[in-house]
Design a protein around this ligand. Structure first.
Ligand code: ATP
Length: 954
C-alpha cells in the first residue's frame, strides 16, 4: 500500500545451484496465466530468424506507445499511483519453478531465467526498450568456457589481480580531508540509502523502492530482466563517488555475490578523463600499472568478445561530453554495448545523461538515514562519547531531517568543526558551514606556523592565495575542469601553491598517468571549488559597479541550463553577499521573465487539469528564447517525475532561485516575484529545498502577497469548491508531492505558522511512522494541523500510513471546521472508523471523502457512511472502492446506505413540514446530492451481478 517498502528479493549472481525459472506472461487484460501460457506466448511471439548466426526471439509484442503520444495526467489528489503490478501487466514475469535445478553457472539469474525458455544455454538477453527484450545466442558463456577461450590471448587473471590491487589500495581506505591524511574512512563503514526509481509503463509516475545497496539494482526485475544501463543520481556530497568506490572494492574482495558474475570491473573517474584519451587510455591511465604485460589492443580485443564486464563511470557532471569521445560511445551503446554500465551524476545533468544512455535502471542516492547519522557521529568521535552525544543532541532537535545532516559531506564538515569548537554556530545553510571550515583551516595553519591571526583579517600571503584560488575555481567550473596541472594553479609562484596545499584547499595528487606524469591538483571536493567560485562572484559583484556585475552574470549564467548546472556557485555567492545580492536576484528574475514565462501558466495549470504532452518543439513561443534548446533537452528528466520534462525545467529553476534566497537569508523577494499565484508546488523536493520551504512558510510576507489570479488554479473537475474557487484562491496552496522519506520534517514542523493555507497536498510523501521518534511525520503533522484553520482541502493519499498514523492525524482535524475535501486513499488505515465517527460531527462542510483502498471492512465503511449522512449534509462524494469487502458486502453496504438516505430524507421532510425549519431544507438538499453517486454505484453493482448470473446460467 502507498509507496511500498518491501525490499525486493535479491537474486544474487551466485555460484550455487539454482532453481530453474520459468516465464509467465500476463497481458493487460489477463491478470492470471494458466500453465499453457508459456507455450502459447512463445508460439505467438517468437520470431525465429538468424542474425549473424544467432538465434533471435523477440518478446513482448505489446510495446509501449511512444511516450510523446501518451496523455500524461498529473496524478491528482486521489488517483492511485502506478504499481509494480501495473508494470507486470504488460511484461513477462519471471517466476520460480521449484521442480528443476540448473547446473552451476556464473551469470546473473535474470539471464538464466530466459535461457530456460530458449532451451539452449548460451543465449543472452538484451533490453531493447523499457519493456522489451531480445535473446541472442552467443556461444560459450560459463566462466570456465570464457577462461578457456581467452587465456591464450589475454591474461585475464593478471588484469583482475591488477585491478583488485588498485581498488583495494586506492579505494579501500578513503582520506576525505585534503589537509589531514591521517583521517581515514574504511569502505566497510560506508552506508547510504538508495532508492530504485521505477517508472510506470504509462510514463506518468515514478515509484521509489528502497534498496539495500546499489548492487541490488544489478539483478533482474520484472520490468527489466537484465539491468545493463544503470544511472545513479544524487545531490552534491551525498556519496555517489564513495558508493561506487565501495562497489568496486566489494568486487575486488569478492564480497558481493551480485558482482561476482563480472570478470572485470573498470571504475573510471570522468573528472580525470582528457579530451584526447580513448577509453583504453583512461583505463590504463587510471587503473592499471605501467608494467602490465598486456597492452591496450589485447584488452580491447578481450572486451569485444567478452561481456561479463562492468564499466563504472563516476561523475558525468564533472565531464564535458564530446560526441566522438569513447566515453560518449560507451554511454550511447555504440561500443561495448554488451557490457554493463553504471554512471553517476548530480541531478543537474541527469536529463542529458538519460537522453544519451537510455538507462534501464535509475537509482537515487539519498544520503544517510537518520539512524545512520548517529552511528556516523559516534564513529567519528570514537572514544569521546560525551562530545558525540552533545552534537547529536544538538542535531536531533533541529537538523535531523534537513539536507545538511543527511548529506555525508556536510555531516563530516560539521563533525570536523564540532571537534574544534563546542560552541559551533550550526546552521542549515551551506555557506556558513563552509565559511567556518575555511576559518578553521586558516587558524590551524596560523597556529602551527606562529602567524598572528585575529579571525578577522586573513594574513597577507593567505589572503593572496585565497583570492587567487577563487578565480581558478570559477574559471575551472566554467570550463568543466576539476583537475589542474601544476602551472595552472601556481602561475609560476611555487610559494602560493604551497600555501594552498598547506591550507588543505588544494589537494596534490601524484599523477598515475603515464601520459601526464607531473602532479595534479584539485579542490578537496567539488563543493569546495563551488564555494570558492561563489566567493569570486560575490567579491566581483561587490567591487564592481552594477552593470559590470551584470555582465559577468550574463556571461557565466546566461541560460536556464547554466543556472541549473552552476546552482551551487550561485547559492554560495548569495550566501556571501549582503545587500548587493540584489544584482543576482535581478538577473534570475530577468531570465525567468524572458525564458520561462511561456511555461508558467502550464506549470500551475498542469496539476489541476492534467495536460497532453504537446509537441513543444513546434511551440512558436519558445523560438525566440535563449534557453529554447535547454527546454528541449530537459525532456527526459520529467519522465521520472509526475511532471512532463519541460515543466520540470520550470520547477528546477524555481528550486535554484529559492535556494539562493535561502542562502542569502531573506525570502521576501522570492515571495514577491515568484509566488504571486499563491501556489507553492514541488514534486520530489530535495531535502535542502524542504529546509528552504520551511523557512518560506514561516515568512509573514507569505500571507500578505498580492495575488495574481490564475483561472482554474485550484478548481479541479473533482473539486467540491469549484464554485467557491475564487474565494479559496485568496489563501495559500501548498503541494509537495512525491517527497522522499523524512524530507518533509522541517516543513511539518512549521506548517502551523502559515495559517493562510487553504489547500495542503502531501500525496505520496512517506507520512507513516517509519521515522525515528522526533521525526515521525504523522506525529509532526498532527501537531500542526489544528493551526490551519482555513484549510479546505487536505490530500494525504498514497502515503505509507497505518492505523496508528490515522489515530494521530484524524483527531487533529476536529478544529478544521471549513474542511471540504479529505483524501486518504491508499493508506492502510483499517480499524479507525471509530475516529471518523468522532470527528465527522465537526466537519459539517465536508463534501468529498475518499478512502479508496484503505483496507477497511464493510462494517467500517457502513459506520463511516452513516456518520457522513448524519453530520456532513453537503457531502457529494464518498469513495470507498477497493476496500476489504467482497462483492456482496459491497452491494449490501451500498444498499444500506441508500436505504438510510431514503429514510433520512423522509424523516427530514417530516421535520420540515412540522417545523418549517430552513436548515432542514438545506440538509435535505445536501443528502439528495449524495444520493445520485451512491445510486449510480449501486446500479452498476446490480448490473454486473445480473450479467454474472446470466452468464453462469448460460
Ligand atoms: N556513506 C558514507 N559514509 C561516510 N561518509 C561518506 C559516505 N558517503 C560520502 N561520505 C563522505 O562525504 C564526502 C563526499 O562524498 P562523495 O564525494 O562520494 O559525494 P558525491 O555525491 O560524489 O559528491 P559530488 O556530486 O559533489 O561530487 C566523502 O569524501 C566522504 O567523506
Amino acid at each position: 500500500m502507498g509507496q511500498g517498502h518491501s525490499k525486493s528479493q535479491v537474486n544474487e549472481r551466485s555460484d550455487k545451484p539454482r532453481k530453474r525459472w520459468s516465464l509467465r506472461h500476463r497481458s493487460r487484460h489477463q491478470r492470471t496465466a494458466g500453465p499453457d501460457c508459456n507455450a502459447t506466448l512463445a508460439a505467438q511471439t517468437s520470431e525465429p530468424g538468424a542474425i549473424d548466426g544467432s538465434d533471435v526471439t523477440v518478446d513482448n509484442p505489446e510495446l509501449p506507445q511512444d511516450p510523446q503520444d501518451v496523455m500524461a495526467l498529473q496524478l491528482r489528489d486521489d488517483e492511485p499511483p502506478d504499481r509494480d503490478d501495473d508494470l507486470d501487466d504488460i511484461i513477462a514475469e519471471v517466476v520460480p519453478d521449484d521442480s528443476a535445478v540448473l547446473p552451476i553457472r556464473q551469470e546473473d539469474t535474470s539471464i538464466m531465467a530466459y535461457r530456460t525458455q530458449q532451451e539452449g544455454s548460451n543465449n543472452r538477453t538484451y533490453n531493447i526498450g523499457p519493456q522489451s527484450t531480445v535473446h541472442i545466442y552467443e556461444g560459450p558463456s560459463s566462466a570456465e568456457e570464457r577462461v578457456d577461450m581467452n587465456t591464450s590471448s589475454f591474461p585475464l587473471e593478471e588484469c583482475q589481480k591488477a585491478l583488485k590491487l588498485h581498488y583495494e589500495k586506492e579505494m579501500g581506505q578513503l582520506h576525505p580531508l585534503a589537509w589531514n591524511q591521517d583521517f581515514m574512512m574504511k569502505t566497510d563503514d560506508i552506508f547510504t540509502d538508495v532508492d530504485l526509481l521505477l517508472q510506470s509503463p504509462k510514463g506518468g509516475t515514478v515509484n521509489r523502492k528502497p534498496l539495500s545497496s546499489v548492487t541490488e539494482a544489478l539483478v533482474g526485475r520484472s520490468d527489466c530482466p537484465c539491468p545493463q544501463r544503470v544511472l545513479i543520481e544524487g545531490q552534491p556530497g551525498i556519496g555517489k563517488t564513495t558508493t561506487l568506490f565501495k562497489l568496486v572494492v566489494d568486487w575486488a574482495r569478492g564480497e558481493n555475490k551480485a558482482l561476482s558474475g563480472f570478470d572485470l570491473v573498470f571504475c573510471v573517474a570522468l573528472r580525470k578523463v582528457a579530451q584526447s584519451q580513448s577509453l583504453f587510455d583512461c583505463i590504463f591511465d587510471q587503473l592499471l600499472p605501467e608494467d602490465a604485460s598486456f597492452d591496450q589492443a589485447s584488452l580491447e580485443e578481450y572486451l569485444r568478445t567478452n561481456t561479463n564486464v562492468l564499466i563504472v563511470l563516476d561523475g558525468y557532471d564533472e565531464w564535458e561530453p564530446i560526441e566522438s569521445h569513447d566515453i560518449s560511445k560507451v554511454l550511447c551503446g555504440k561500443i561495448l554495448r554488451d557490457c554493463c554500465v553504471i554512471v553517476s551524476t548530480r541531478p543537474s545533468r541527469t536529463s542529458d545523461l538519460s537522453k544519451m544512455m537510455r538507462p534501464d535502471t535509475r537509482l537515487e542516492i539519498n544520503g544517510f538515514h537518520p539512524d545512520n547519522v548517529g552511528t556516523y557521529v559516534r564513529k567519528y568521535f570514537g572514544g569521546n562519547v560525551p562530545k558525540a552525544k552533545r552534537l547529536l543532541e544538538k542535531l536531533e532537535s533541529n537538523f535531523l531531517s534537513t539536507g545538511i545532516t543527511l548529506t555525508p559531506m556536510f555531516l563530516l564538515l560539521i563533525c570536523i568543526l564540532w571537534e574544534e569548537k563546542d560552541d559551533l554556530l550550526l546552521s542549515d545553510r551551506l555557506c556558513p558551514l563552509y565559511d567556518q571550515l575555511i576559518l578553521y583551516l586558516v587558524t590551524r595553519v596560523c597556529v602551527r606556523e606562529n602567524i598572528p591571526f585575529d579571525n578577522k583579517r586573513l594574513p597577507r600571503n593567505i589572503n593572496t592565495a585565497v583570492l587567487f584560488v577563487e578565480k581558478i575555481a570559477l574559471d575551472g567550473l566554467m570550463q568543466g575542469k576539476l583537475i589542474f596541472d601544476e602551472d595552472e594553479v601556481s602561475l609560476g609562484n611555487k610559494e602560493l601553491l604551497e600555501t594552498l596545499v598547506k591550507l588543505g584547499l588544494l589537494h596534490k595528487q601524484p599523477s598515475p598517468s603515464k601520459l601526464r606524469p607531473s602532479p595534479q591538483y584539485s579542490f578537496s571536493h567539488k563543493t569546495m571549488q563551488e564555494y570558492f567560485a561563489g566567493r569570486y562572484i560575490a567579491s566581483y559583484v561587490t567591487d564592481q559597479d552594477e552593470s559590470t556585475g551584470r555582465t559577468l552574470l550574463e556571461e557565466s549564467f546566461g541560460t536556464v541550463r547554466k543556472v541549473r548546472e552552476m546552482d551551487n556557485v550561485l547559492m554560495f555567492a548569495c550566501g556571501k553577499l549582503g545587500r548587493k545580492a540584489a544584482v543576482i536576484f535581478h538577473h534570475l528574475a530577468d531570465l525567468h521573465q524572458k525564458d520561462l514565462a511561456p511555461l508558467e501558466g502550464n506549470f500551475y495549470a498542469f496539476y489541476d487539469r492534467g495536460i497532453t504532452i504537446k509537441d513543444w518543439r513546434r511551440d512558436r513561443k519558445l523560438d525566440s528564447l535563449a534557453s529554447r534548446e535547454d527546454y528541449l533537452t530537459f525532456e527526459m528528466a520529467g519522465l521520472f517525475t509526475e511532471t512532463p520534462g519541460i515543466l520540470f525545467v520550470y520547477q528546477t529553476y524555481l528550486e535554484t532561485t529559492l535556494l539562493c534566497y535561502y542562502e542569502w537569508g531573506q525570502m521576501d523577494g522570492f515571495i514577491e516575484h515568484y509566488l504571486r499565484r499563491r501556489v507553492i508546488q514541488f514534486s520530489s523536493p530535495s531535502p535542502r529545498l524542504c529546509s528552504a520551504l520551511a523557512s518560506l512558510i514561516k515568512c509573514e510576507k507569505l500571507g500578505q502577497v498580492q495575488h495574481d489570479a490564475l483561472p482554474c488554479v485550484t478548481n479541479t473537475h473533482d473539486s467540491a469548491s469549484k464554485s467557491e474557487g475564487s474565494q479559496q484562491q485568496t489563501g495559500i496552496v501548498l503541494r509537495l508531492v512525491h517527497t522522499r522519506r523524512l524530507c518533509l520534517g522541517p516543513i511539518l514542523d512549521t506548517l502551523g505558522a502559515c495559517s493562510s493555507i487553504v489547500e495542503l497536498s502531501l500525496r505520496q510523501s512517506f507520512l507513516g511512522m517509519n521515522g525515528p521518534a522526533p521525526t515521525r511525520p504523522s506525529l509532526q503533522l498532527s501537531r500542526q494541523l489544528p493551526n490551519l484553520k482555513r484549510l479546505r482541502k487536505l490530500v494525504l493519499s498514497w502515503n505509507d500510513m497505518h492505523s496508528e498514523d490515522a489515530r494521530l492525524i484524524l483527531p487533529a482535524l476536529e478544529s478544521l471546521t471549513l474542511l471540504e475535501e479529505l483524501y486518504l486513499s491508499g493508506n492502510d488505515i483499517s480499524g479507525t472508523s471509530d475516529i471518523f465517527c468522532n470527528i465527522l460531527p465537526f466537519l459539517s462542510e465536508l463534501k468529498i471523502l475518499k478512502v479508496f483502498e484503505c483496507g477497511m471492512t464493510s462494517d467500517e465503511i457502513h459506520r463511516i457512511g452513516l456518520a457522513l449522512l448524519e453530520h456532513c449534509r453537503k457531502m457529494r462524494r464518498f469513495d470507498f472502492d477497493n476496500n476489504r469487502m467482497d462483492f456482496d458486502e459491497r452491494r449490501s453496504v451500498l444498499k444500506m446506505l441508500t436505504q438510510e438516505m431514503t429514510c433520512t430524507t423522509e424523516h427530514r421532510q417530516q421535520e420540515k413540514s412540522s417545523s418549517g425549519d430552513q436548515s432542514a431544507q438545506t440538509s435535505e438538499k445536501g443528502v439528495r446530492r449524495l444520493h445520485p453517486s451512491l445510486l449510480k454505484k449501486l446500479d452498476t453493482v446490480l448490473q454486473i451481478n445480473a450479467a454474472t448470473v446470466s452468464s453462469q446460467q448460460l
